[in-house]
Design a protein around this ligand. Structure first.
Ligand code: SF4
Ligand code: SF4
Length: 305
């Protein structure tokens, strides 16, 4: 059985990538499971989706705890331990992701680390909204069990409701991801399913947690300040001061994270350490004074590193 985990942020299309890969494997005649797992948050929050692919009926359920392939769409997730990117990775696990940020410490990853060439992708001008197909194509090639024809058919089946143009662009994107991984075709190896005849695992004693850990004092004031949700952002809202009419009761009040405060002059100020990039403020601004830009972190402006 192949066990694959896709990690990304809400809105980056990793659920779609898992569906395309799952459908492509199904077309090839495999038994397949694919499912996403979200938290309670919206766009920008870490999420993952998993796929199991087997020649026989799949009896395993739940998230994939020990993956053969991990696909990561967003290198900034490495800074969030709760995203669980490397959970369960073994020396046999393949990891594919964009280049790490320069300040990222060496990964405690025991397997084979592949880097997606994002410069080549930018040269092709593949739109960010079609990257889910690209990651699916790359994952299919790494597993080596899906033909190009099945991959393209899967893209069409999964995205047909988006219209012909979107399907055509996603097919191009999937093929590009597929071709980029040519040198690594089939590097993901299939692992045996656990047998019911295997000896039971050894008894594990869990130590008692101290009360401070098992019952954290969440009633303490301002505990959320310590959680840098600005790391979740993939796009950033930017206020154009020239257009802003200082009607902060629109943008500030509607921000679900209280990330827009009002300065002494009555102008709105975005706290980028806690803005998640949900873009509700963009919708609410009556003057269209908030624009959306691709994320570029700048610690000098208060961004999280
Ligand atoms: S809603 Fe728009 S115009 Fe009004 S204060 Fe906010 S950014 Fe400025
Ligand atoms: S500032 Fe805007 S984009 Fe950021 S969290 Fe608040 S509403 Fe969402």
């Amino acid at each position: 059985m192949y066990r694959i985990r896709f990690h990304g942020r809400g809105g980056q299309g990793m659920k779609t990538a898992s569906r395309i890969l799952g459908t492509a494997c199904f077309i090839e005649g495999y038994e397949v499971q694919d499912a996403p797992r979200y938290g309670a948050e919206r766009r920008g929050a870490p999420m993952f989706a998993y796929v199991r692919v087997s020649h026989t009926t799949i009896y395993e359920r739940g998230v994939v705890p020990v993956p053969d392939l991990v696909v990561v769409a967003d290198a900034s997730l490495m800074a969030i331990p709760a995203a669980g990117l490397l959970t369960g990775c073994t020396p046999q696990t393949i990891l594919i992701m964009p280049p790490l940020y320069a300040e990222t410490p060496p990964l405690p990853f025991p397997g084979v680390h592949l880097t997606m060439d994002m410069d080549k992708i930018r040269e092709t001008q593949i739109s960010p909204s079609h990257l889910s197909s690209l990651w699916a194509g790359a994952a299919a090639r790494l597993c080596g069990i899906v033909t190009e024809t099945s991959l393209l058919q899967a893209v069409e089946e999964e995205l047909v409701l988006l219209g012909e143009e979107a399907v055509a662009k996603n097919r191009q994107s999937a093929l590009f991801g597929w071709r980029l991984m040519e040198a690594h075709t089939g590097c993901v190896t299939e692992k045996r399913e656990p047998s019911s005849k295997a000896p039971p695992p050894e008894w594990i004693e869990f130590p008692w947690d101290p009360v401070s850990m098992s019952a954290p004092a969440i009633r303490s004031p301002e505990t959320s300040r310590g959680v840098i949700t600005g790391l979740w952002r993939s796009v950033r809202p930017v206020i154009d001061d020239a257009r802003c009419g200082k009607c902060w009761w629109n943008c500030s009040v509607h921000c679900p994270d209280s990330a827009i405060t009002v300065n002494k002059e009555g102008a709105p100020v975005i706290d980028y350490a806690h803005c998640k990039g949900c873009l509700i403020c963009v919708e609410e601004c009556p003057r269209r004074a908030i624009t959306v830009r691709p994320e570029e972190r700048d610690p000098e402006k208060g961004d999280p590193p």
